[in-house]
Design a protein around this ligand. Structure first.
Ligand code: ATP
Length: 393
């Protein structure tokens, strides 16, 4: 039996910028963050991603200094910053609400922190000009916040944080108030800014697409515990546990029982199919679970990504191993792909996505055969309480 590592334990290389060591946060009888280790590299764009209540904002607020850890240390460039108040940390936060002063114009809003820090006036003027240019808002210096759109206000909130030249910029769901188009524009804008600056970005979001689009690495969190850390590609292709498999991208989870293991493959029986898998390892339901080797008689969940499903009009012979017959319930043409919701057996819904190029569009009501490869079947532990889309074959 092996356990899946939930946290990073590699020793510091000296180049690591921000280190969270054994940090825990308890509010009354609620543990928001279980003992957690995380290393953020200098200049990287790191996202904390997870569902509501997973502890990502609490972790960000501890880095910012708005919350004190119950236990553990937070080191920035080797120095423990836990005892420093927020304004003494070389860290700035951009919040979901812009928190601009309504009675001040944009230039004064941006200059506020520098004035408080008694930075000389000519330097303030220079830095405000520079940062307005950086967020492409040079022409708006004299306006009041109410005279700006939501997206423009968000740029100013960014400028106000960046003018302090923080070593780490913390972003707490900064785009959640923006509509989808503006959000996508701001994602590009943030990436552009990050590329230009030498600043470390730590970005909190519950939106997996946003995290995938922007991050060098993603930290997936659930229940105050890090579930997996890696690049978007890594986490998508090789989820360490069932929570990550279901949270990143779409997934078909199928309740199954192991009926055989021989010569590099395992056989699984589901309600409507016999599957083979080359994955003889059963991964845990979440990071606190235990991985193991598949044994006969065990109840598990098989998982197949929708884009790994092949869909064809039903053939004359009955489907064999790694295939199932179903009926198309709905069809969505998404431009580059066609998405089918296919009902198999009594009520099992399977999502399939096939490339639009070279595949005919099958109408709702068509009887179809689904098929997949043994290499595309991953196996996860069943565990009560860990959320996932429970489908079936
Ligand atoms: P969301 O996306 O909804 O903001 P989150 O992942 O950022 O969620 P946190 O805000 O970090 O989650 O909250 C983690 C847990 O800690 C939750 O159970 C929350 O209720 C609790 N919590 C957060 N702040 C406090 C507080 N000041 N007092 C008591 N409990 C708190």
């Amino acid at each position: 039996m092996t356990t899946t590592a939930a946290t990073e334990t590699t020793p510091s290389t000296g180049l690591d910028h921000l280190e969270i060591r054994g940090v825990k946060k308890v509010f009354g009888d609620n543990t928001a963050i279980e003992r957690l280790d995380l290393t953020v590299h200098k200049g990287e764009f790191l996202s904390l991603l997870g569902p509501s209540g997973c502890g990502k904002t609490t972790l960000l607020r501890m880095i910012a200094g708005f919350e004190t850890p119950t236990d553990g240390a937070i080191l920035l460039a080797g120095r423990d910053i836990v005892s420093l108040p927020p304004h003494r940390r070389p860290v700035n936060t951009v919040f979901q609400s812009y928190l601009l002063f309504p009675h001040m114009n944009i230039a004064d809003n941006i200059a506020y922190g520098l004035k408080q820090a008694k930075v000389p006036k000519p330097e303030i003027a220079q830095r405000v000009r520079e940062v307005l240019a950086l967020v492409q808002m040079e022409d708006f210096a004299g306006r009041k916040p109410e005279q700006l759109s939501g997206g423009q206000q968000q740029r100013i909130a960014l400028a106000r944080a960046l003018v302090n030249r923080p070593q780490v910029l913390l972003l707490d769901e900064p785009m959640s108030a923006l509509d989808r188009k503006l959000r996508e524009e701001m994602q590009l804008e943030l990436k552009r800014l990050h590329t230009k600056l030498d600043t470390t970005f730590v970005f909190v979001t519950h939106d997996q697409d946003e995290a995938l689009a922007m991050s060098d690495r993603i930290v997936v969190m659930y229940n105050g515990v890090i579930q997996q850390i890696g690049s978007g590609e890594d986490i998508y292709a090789n989820p360490h546990n069932g929570f990550v498999a279901g949270f990143i991208g779409k997934q078909n989870f199928v309740p199954a029982e192991t009926v055989g293991t021989e010569s590099g493959t395992a056989r699984l029986r589901t309600a409507n199919a016999i599957m083979e898998t080359t994955s003889l390892d059963r991964r845990p339901a979440s990071a606190t679970g235990t991985a193991g080797t598949l044994t006969v008689g065990e109840r598990v969940r098989a998982a197949i990504r929708p884009e790994r499903m092949r869909v064809a009009p039903a053939a004359q012979e009955r489907p064999g191993t790694n295939s199932a017959r179903g009926t198309v319930m709905s069809v969505s043409f998404l431009g580059d792909v066609i998405q089918y919701m296919i009902v198999v057996g009594d009520n099992d819904e399977i999502l399939a996505r096939v490339p639009a190029a070279g595949n005919e569009l099958l109408a709702s009501g068509t009887e179809v055969d689904l098929s997949w490869e043994a290499e595309d079947v991953a196996v996860y532990d069943c565990e009560d309480g860990v959320p996932s889309a429970e489908d079936g074959v």
